[in-house]
Design a protein around this ligand. Structure first.
Ligand code: AKG
Length: 265
Protein backbone atom coordinates (compact mmCIF):
# COMPACT_ATOMS: atom_id res chain seq x y z
CA UNK A 1 0.00 0.00 0.00
CA UNK A 2 1.39 3.42 -0.98
CA UNK A 3 0.46 6.94 0.10
CA UNK A 4 -2.49 8.41 -1.86
CA UNK A 5 -1.59 11.36 -4.08
CA UNK A 6 -4.06 14.07 -3.16
CA UNK A 7 -5.09 15.61 0.16
CA UNK A 8 -8.24 17.77 0.29
CA UNK A 9 -6.88 21.04 1.66
CA UNK A 10 -9.24 24.03 1.69
CA UNK A 11 -8.37 27.69 0.95
CA UNK A 12 -9.42 28.44 4.52
CA UNK A 13 -6.84 25.98 5.87
CA UNK A 14 -4.14 27.55 3.71
CA UNK A 15 -5.09 31.02 5.00
CA UNK A 16 -5.04 29.70 8.58
CA UNK A 17 -1.54 28.28 8.12
CA UNK A 18 -0.28 31.54 6.63
CA UNK A 19 -1.80 33.56 9.48
CA UNK A 20 -0.74 31.30 12.38
CA UNK A 21 2.43 29.68 11.02
CA UNK A 22 1.13 26.20 11.86
CA UNK A 23 -1.85 23.90 11.26
CA UNK A 24 -3.07 20.51 12.45
CA UNK A 25 -4.37 18.17 9.72
CA UNK A 26 -6.05 14.79 10.25
CA UNK A 27 -5.56 11.70 8.09
CA UNK A 28 -2.48 13.01 6.35
CA UNK A 29 -1.58 9.33 6.24
CA UNK A 30 -4.53 6.94 5.99
CA UNK A 31 -4.91 4.46 8.85
CA UNK A 32 -4.43 1.53 6.47
CA UNK A 33 -1.02 2.87 5.38
CA UNK A 34 0.38 3.40 8.86
CA UNK A 35 1.54 -0.14 9.89
CA UNK A 36 4.06 -0.74 7.07
CA UNK A 37 5.56 2.77 7.25
CA UNK A 38 5.64 2.77 11.06
CA UNK A 39 7.41 -0.60 11.03
CA UNK A 40 9.98 0.64 8.47
CA UNK A 41 10.60 3.87 10.39
CA UNK A 42 10.93 2.05 13.73
CA UNK A 43 13.26 -0.54 12.24
CA UNK A 44 15.46 2.18 10.70
CA UNK A 45 15.54 4.11 13.99
CA UNK A 46 16.58 1.03 15.94
CA UNK A 47 19.31 0.27 13.37
CA UNK A 48 20.65 3.84 13.08
CA UNK A 49 20.14 5.56 16.45
CA UNK A 50 23.30 5.43 18.54
CA UNK A 51 21.94 6.83 21.86
CA UNK A 52 22.69 4.32 24.64
CA UNK A 53 22.75 6.60 27.72
CA UNK A 54 19.99 6.42 30.32
CA UNK A 55 17.64 9.43 30.20
CA UNK A 56 19.00 10.71 33.52
CA UNK A 57 22.53 10.96 32.11
CA UNK A 58 21.58 13.21 29.16
CA UNK A 59 21.28 16.99 28.89
CA UNK A 60 17.99 18.75 28.15
CA UNK A 61 18.34 18.29 24.37
CA UNK A 62 19.20 14.62 24.81
CA UNK A 63 16.21 14.00 27.07
CA UNK A 64 13.78 15.64 24.62
CA UNK A 65 13.78 12.87 22.00
CA UNK A 66 15.76 10.19 20.21
CA UNK A 67 16.72 12.02 17.03
CA UNK A 68 17.52 9.98 13.93
CA UNK A 69 18.16 11.82 10.67
CA UNK A 70 17.70 11.16 6.97
CA UNK A 71 16.08 7.78 7.30
CA UNK A 72 15.14 7.96 3.61
CA UNK A 73 18.75 7.18 2.66
CA UNK A 74 18.68 3.93 4.63
CA UNK A 75 15.32 2.31 3.81
CA UNK A 76 13.47 2.03 0.50
CA UNK A 77 10.15 1.94 2.35
CA UNK A 78 10.93 5.08 4.33
CA UNK A 79 12.08 6.77 1.10
CA UNK A 80 8.63 6.08 -0.34
CA UNK A 81 7.12 7.86 2.70
CA UNK A 82 9.51 10.82 2.76
CA UNK A 83 9.18 11.51 -0.96
CA UNK A 84 5.38 11.04 -1.05
CA UNK A 85 3.68 13.53 -3.39
CA UNK A 86 0.78 13.86 -0.98
CA UNK A 87 2.91 15.35 1.82
CA UNK A 88 4.97 17.53 -0.53
CA UNK A 89 1.75 18.73 -2.17
CA UNK A 90 0.37 19.85 1.21
CA UNK A 91 3.67 21.62 1.99
CA UNK A 92 3.66 23.44 -1.38
CA UNK A 93 0.03 24.47 -1.12
CA UNK A 94 0.40 25.75 2.46
CA UNK A 95 3.41 27.87 1.50
CA UNK A 96 1.81 29.01 -1.76
CA UNK A 97 4.60 27.72 -4.01
CA UNK A 98 4.64 25.52 -7.12
CA UNK A 99 7.19 22.97 -6.04
CA UNK A 100 9.20 22.02 -2.99
CA UNK A 101 12.49 20.28 -2.33
CA UNK A 102 13.38 17.92 0.48
CA UNK A 103 15.68 19.44 3.11
CA UNK A 104 15.89 16.36 5.30
CA UNK A 105 13.78 14.05 7.42
CA UNK A 106 14.10 13.07 11.05
CA UNK A 107 12.40 10.68 13.43
CA UNK A 108 11.85 12.35 16.82
CA UNK A 109 10.84 9.66 19.28
CA UNK A 110 10.07 11.09 22.71
CA UNK A 111 10.62 8.22 25.10
CA UNK A 112 8.40 7.36 28.06
CA UNK A 113 9.56 9.79 30.73
CA UNK A 114 11.36 11.94 28.13
CA UNK A 115 11.81 15.63 28.90
CA UNK A 116 10.60 18.90 27.48
CA UNK A 117 11.38 20.08 23.98
CA UNK A 118 12.60 23.62 24.74
CA UNK A 119 11.15 26.58 22.84
CA UNK A 120 13.03 27.16 19.58
CA UNK A 121 12.91 28.17 15.92
CA UNK A 122 13.89 25.43 13.44
CA UNK A 123 15.26 27.80 10.85
CA UNK A 124 17.95 28.95 13.24
CA UNK A 125 19.65 25.70 12.10
CA UNK A 126 19.00 26.05 8.36
CA UNK A 127 21.13 28.01 5.87
CA UNK A 128 18.14 28.66 3.60
CA UNK A 129 17.54 32.19 2.27
CA UNK A 130 13.75 32.05 2.25
CA UNK A 131 10.70 32.27 4.50
CA UNK A 132 9.16 29.35 2.59
CA UNK A 133 10.16 26.41 4.74
CA UNK A 134 7.87 23.99 6.53
CA UNK A 135 8.13 20.92 8.74
CA UNK A 136 5.58 18.13 8.62
CA UNK A 137 5.47 16.51 12.08
CA UNK A 138 3.45 13.29 11.99
CA UNK A 139 2.54 11.01 14.86
CA UNK A 140 2.62 7.30 14.04
CA UNK A 141 0.54 6.37 17.12
CA UNK A 142 -2.49 7.88 18.85
CA UNK A 143 -1.10 10.41 21.35
CA UNK A 144 -2.36 12.94 23.88
CA UNK A 145 -0.93 16.30 24.93
CA UNK A 146 0.80 14.75 27.95
CA UNK A 147 2.89 12.60 25.58
CA UNK A 148 4.27 15.70 23.86
CA UNK A 149 2.10 17.10 21.06
CA UNK A 150 3.74 20.29 19.82
CA UNK A 151 2.87 23.66 21.33
CA UNK A 152 2.99 26.62 18.92
CA UNK A 153 3.11 30.39 19.41
CA UNK A 154 0.60 31.47 16.76
CA UNK A 155 1.81 34.29 14.53
CA UNK A 156 5.41 34.11 15.81
CA UNK A 157 6.65 33.17 12.31
CA UNK A 158 6.05 36.79 11.29
CA UNK A 159 8.90 37.85 13.61
CA UNK A 160 11.49 36.15 11.36
CA UNK A 161 14.90 35.21 12.76
CA UNK A 162 15.20 35.83 16.49
CA UNK A 163 18.91 35.13 16.75
CA UNK A 164 21.47 32.43 17.39
CA UNK A 165 19.56 30.53 20.08
CA UNK A 166 19.98 26.74 19.67
CA UNK A 167 17.71 24.30 21.54
CA UNK A 168 18.84 24.37 25.16
CA UNK A 169 17.88 25.40 28.68
CA UNK A 170 18.74 28.93 27.56
CA UNK A 171 16.38 28.82 24.57
CA UNK A 172 13.63 27.61 26.88
CA UNK A 173 14.16 30.53 29.27
CA UNK A 174 14.73 33.25 26.66
CA UNK A 175 12.12 32.27 24.11
CA UNK A 176 9.46 31.32 26.66
CA UNK A 177 9.82 34.81 28.14
CA UNK A 178 9.61 36.29 24.62
CA UNK A 179 6.42 34.32 23.87
CA UNK A 180 4.85 35.55 27.12
CA UNK A 181 5.94 39.15 26.55
CA UNK A 182 4.57 39.23 23.02
CA UNK A 183 1.31 37.60 24.10
CA UNK A 184 1.19 35.07 21.25
CA UNK A 185 -1.82 32.75 21.36
CA UNK A 186 -0.63 29.23 22.25
CA UNK A 187 -2.01 26.24 20.35
CA UNK A 188 -1.53 22.60 21.23
CA UNK A 189 -3.48 19.55 20.08
CA UNK A 190 -5.13 17.80 23.04
CA UNK A 191 -5.00 14.56 21.04
CA UNK A 192 -3.71 13.37 17.70
CA UNK A 193 -4.66 10.16 15.93
CA UNK A 194 -1.95 8.15 14.21
CA UNK A 195 -1.45 9.64 10.75
CA UNK A 196 -2.41 13.18 11.82
CA UNK A 197 0.28 15.81 11.34
CA UNK A 198 1.06 19.38 12.24
CA UNK A 199 2.82 21.57 9.69
CA UNK A 200 4.81 24.53 11.00
CA UNK A 201 6.89 27.24 9.39
CA UNK A 202 10.65 27.34 9.97
CA UNK A 203 10.29 30.57 11.98
CA UNK A 204 7.36 29.49 14.16
CA UNK A 205 8.30 29.28 17.83
CA UNK A 206 7.36 25.90 19.25
CA UNK A 207 8.07 23.55 22.15
CA UNK A 208 6.62 20.38 23.67
CA UNK A 209 5.91 19.15 27.19
CA UNK A 210 7.57 16.01 28.61
CA UNK A 211 6.21 12.57 27.82
CA UNK A 212 4.42 11.77 31.07
CA UNK A 213 3.12 8.43 29.75
CA UNK A 214 4.72 5.00 29.78
CA UNK A 215 4.67 4.82 25.97
CA UNK A 216 6.92 6.12 23.21
CA UNK A 217 5.74 9.17 21.24
CA UNK A 218 6.81 8.12 17.73
CA UNK A 219 6.94 11.24 15.54
CA UNK A 220 8.31 11.38 12.01
CA UNK A 221 9.17 14.70 10.41
CA UNK A 222 9.91 15.82 6.87
CA UNK A 223 11.24 19.30 6.12
CA UNK A 224 10.55 21.05 2.80
CA UNK A 225 11.50 24.36 1.22
CA UNK A 226 10.44 26.20 -1.92
CA UNK A 227 12.24 25.17 -5.11
CA UNK A 228 14.52 28.02 -6.23
CA UNK A 229 15.74 28.79 -2.70
CA UNK A 230 19.40 29.79 -2.35
CA UNK A 231 21.92 28.95 0.37
CA UNK A 232 22.12 31.76 2.92
CA UNK A 233 25.14 33.14 4.79
CA UNK A 234 26.63 30.53 7.13
CA UNK A 235 26.37 32.90 10.06
CA UNK A 236 26.20 30.42 12.92
CA UNK A 237 27.80 27.10 13.70
CA UNK A 238 24.57 25.15 13.27
CA UNK A 239 24.14 26.47 9.72
CA UNK A 240 27.67 25.43 8.75
CA UNK A 241 26.95 21.98 10.13
CA UNK A 242 23.59 21.76 8.33
CA UNK A 243 25.13 22.93 5.03
CA UNK A 244 27.73 20.15 5.32
CA UNK A 245 25.04 17.53 5.96
CA UNK A 246 22.06 18.55 3.86
CA UNK A 247 23.48 20.87 1.16
CA UNK A 248 26.92 19.34 0.58
CA UNK A 249 29.27 21.20 -1.76
CA UNK A 250 27.27 24.44 -1.78
CA UNK A 251 28.32 27.96 -0.84
CA UNK A 252 26.21 30.98 0.16
CA UNK A 253 24.29 32.25 -2.88
CA UNK A 254 24.21 28.85 -4.66
CA UNK A 255 20.89 27.23 -5.48
CA UNK A 256 19.92 24.88 -2.66
CA UNK A 257 19.50 21.91 -4.97
CA UNK A 258 21.93 19.05 -4.36
CA UNK A 259 21.32 15.34 -4.84
CA UNK A 260 20.22 15.31 -1.19
CA UNK A 261 17.33 17.66 -2.03
CA UNK A 262 15.11 15.98 -4.62
CA UNK A 263 12.30 17.97 -6.17
CA UNK A 264 9.04 16.61 -4.77
CA UNK A 265 5.94 17.22 -6.82
O1 AKG B 1 9.24 16.45 18.47
C1 AKG B 1 9.48 17.39 19.23
O2 AKG B 1 9.30 17.34 20.43
C2 AKG B 1 10.03 18.66 18.64
C3 AKG B 1 9.84 18.72 17.17
C4 AKG B 1 10.38 19.92 16.53
O3 AKG B 1 10.90 20.80 17.16
C5 AKG B 1 10.31 20.03 15.08
O4 AKG B 1 9.93 19.06 14.40
O5 AKG B 1 10.63 21.11 14.56
Amino acid sequence: MTVQADYPLTDQQVAQYQRDGHILLDNVLDAACIPPYKAAIEETVSRRNKERRALKDRDTYGKAFLQTTNLWEHSAKVKEYVTAKRFAGIAARLMGVERVRLYHDQALFKEAGGGITPWHQDQHYWPLATDKTVTMWMTLADISADMGTLRFASGSHLEGYLGDIPISDESETQLKAFVERQGFRLAQAAEMKAGAATFHSGWTLHSAPPNFSDRMRPAMTVIYYADGTRVSELDNESRVNDRDHWLPGTEPGDLAATKMNPLLG
